[in-house]
Design a protein around this ligand. Sequence first.
Ligand code: FAD
Length: 326
Amino acid sequence: MLNPPIYDNCDVAIIGAGPAGLAAAIRLKKLGIENVLVLDRESEPGGIPRHCGHPPFGMLEFARVMRGPSYARRLVGEARRAGVGISVRTSVTMLGAGGGLTIASPQGNGELTAKRVLLSTGVRETPQSARLMSGARMLGICTTGALQAMVYLKGLIPFRRPVIVGTETVAFSALLTCKKAGIKPVAMIEGKSCPGTRWPFHNASRLLGVPLFVETRITKIIGGNRIEAIKIIDGKGNARELACDGLLFTGQFTPESSLVRMSHLLFDHETGSPVIDPFGRCSDSAYFAAGNLLQPLKMAMNCWREGRKTAQWIAKDIAGSLPDRQ
Ligand SMILES: Cc1cc2nc3c(=O)[nH]c(=O)nc-3n(C[C@H](O)[C@H](O)[C@H](O)COP(=O)(O)OP(=O)(O)OC[C@H]3O[C@@H](n4cnc5c(N)ncnc54)[C@H](O)[C@@H]3O)c2cc1C
């Protein structure tokens, strides 16, 4: 049997290389913490902005309006220059008491111990199955995150005439992605009586010529290997069929908290996030949390700000000057 790989122990391990994790890592280095290691399961660091090829990012952080990928590159560059260690293709699979982490990477499985751990694992969108929407898994059905990864990272076009489900802000980000990729959505549908986002976003569908159906839900998904149409019904009971070759589920974000659920940390079943104290500290005081994991879905700058703030508390805690957990 091969020996398991040995991962270096560190002062602070950060799980998730999105805006919250990277901002925290940079701040910790600036505060004099020596070994700061960011772990991410993706092949590149940067988190969600890496595949959001649209603005606005960076207004607070860099005083300019940026697209997601350049924003992510800039944060990663800053982290590397500050001396942060970044390990990609590295999934944390278990959280142990006192900062012991179990890790899986192409080198194999292993363990590392950190004096403090920051959880910044972000969020995930609710896919078809978790929305309890019956039907086979046909080609052409995905979430905004998957669409953006295909379009911006792989140059793939999963459909040409999708229906977009949901009207949270992220649905309008999906509209922009469709426009960039030459995809022409057939319609947007929303279960509630008005769009889930405020001005100016809710006008975007009209401006882009995409009809918006409110108080409408899907009753059937039709197709074989690939989706061909959906049946919808509105609040007055009017049913109709919409031909389409894709179905894009947007929003309904939930914290990416699988690790926390499986761990010894106290978990808040209402919010889906770890329980924290006013310093962002979890029930095991070796662990802290920041970013969208604590409250989906914030803008990147808010996660960045929260990451920096939590880094200050972590540094204070390591120095022994943070009040004990009550
Ligand atoms: C489609 C879409 C469009 C958006 N557009 C905008 C916009 O235009 N402007 C804006 O300001 N914000 C936008 N946002 C929001 C913004 O992207 C997020 O607020 C921000 O990325 C959250 O940062 P985070 O660090 O909390 O998490 P994330 O950026 O989600 O990063 C979390 C990281 O954790 C990693 N991870 C998770 N679990 C593990 C594990 N077990 N082991 C190792 N790594 C793990 C993931 O791979 C990921 O890289 C958008 C979000 C979405 C989904």
